[in-house]
Design a protein around this ligand. Sequence first.
Ligand code: CA
Length: 540
Amino acid sequence: MTTAPLTGRAAIYILFNYSPMKKILLAQLAVTCLLILSPVSNSIYAQQGPVSKWPKGISYEIFVQSFCDSDGDGKGDIKGMTSKLDYLQDLGVEAVWLMPINPSPSYHKYDVTDYYGIHPDYGTTGDFKQFVNEAHKRNIKVVIDLVINHCSSKHPWFLDASKNENSPYRDYFVWTHKDDPQVKAFVTQTNEDSRNRNRWNKVEGSDYLYYSYFGPHMPDLNFDSPKLRAEIFKAGRFWLAEMGIDGFRLDAARHIFPEERARESHAWWVYFLNEMRKVKQDVYLVGEVWASSDIVAPYLKGIPALFNFDLASSIRKAVNEERADSLAIKLKAIEDFYTTINPDFIDATFLTNHDQNRIMSSVDDNMDKARVAAALLFTLPGSPYLYYGEEIGMRGKKPDEYIREPFLWDNAKNDKGRTSWVTPRYNTDSSIVPAARQIKDKNSLFNYYKSLIALRTGSRALGTGELIPVDLGHKEICSFRRIREDENLLVLHNLSKTERSLQLPEELAGYKTIVFKTKTNDVKNNTVQLAPYSTLILKK
Ligand code: CA
């Protein structure tokens, strides 16, 4: 994010880390702007721009096919995405994660047929280079999905290897003979959902079967093969060196080797990281290890950033059940544990991603709850990821196409960028206020997200500060402190529909200055007023 314009709609005015004289001047400036620009009521701090730097910043996941269409074919594309970089910069995004952009026969493109190409629906390598260039001009980093656990069954490597036992690519895949007794046992099982489902697939007219974890159209690549490893390094180097991207989101990172060989999967990613660092010393890797924290942790040595699926489900549960329970305590335990594995780890936090029902639908379209969920995400530790459309309240439940619906830029008749590759079930003009209208409405979800992002990126304590859980004796209040250097914050979220008035205990008496608030929240004489579904952040 570059210097954000000081507008009334920017919502947050942050005075952290400024000298007293500058604070007075900024406060006067802020007051002037408040008078001129009719701001939202929770704006009491002066905007000073980001103090924390990506990757300890805000990232935004994009399904390119649904984001913005530049040529009217109904499918999102790279040029369309380039035209929306100003929108992302205005929102405060510091990096984008693009779901796969390589050629692929499927709409989601998680089965690649060419590791060096751009899908023709999305554009050309020239378009992509321009996108990266324009993103970098706006201080937005570019991270792309790298799907290397498997490729497409239509990849030329597989087409050749499956036809020909002597193919130079035969060794790129995992084969077994039909008479292998272990395989026979698997093949007789028919339940596709079972953990032991058949992962061996027949090749017509052959006595051999190939291994695929995610279904027959996604044959697993064989990481025991030195030649295959060299291919993967080559592809990785290409995107970093030739295309100028900043890093990779690593799909299915825990499936490189089967579960019983997990240590070899951990080791592979250390190897991969070291190879990529030879091309780009500060390469960013964020991994998908969809598992509990004990399984996630050993991957941190090779993949410094990992998605926190545990936290995402805990936030959704807390918001839905209106009980904070031990949310902050659990997160603190995970962070302390991860620190022992890799002190420089990055906790990639999020509410939901492209594989899960959207957050708005996860809270039954309850706008109050969606706002509380966002407030939790942006005030707890970690490096938050947004899923495209979350900031305008897009909805969606599985099957997958319907959690990946077209973004709504404007009302349909004015929306030149809206994609139409799928008929939406959840996001239409009658259900969602499009971005263009939300941008103009100071009370919109978009501007709420924007204010939370500005708050987050302007605060060292929220960005990288220590987390200290606080128990105020009320299950529906999620409370914790965030501390970094001389910035000392007390964060209070009321997850419930009931208004609360709480006397702060003696040890919290020093928190008197409001940094951020929603609704009518206030603090007086050490008593905090917390409206239903609201947030209050106090500074010592
Ligand atoms: Ca298009």
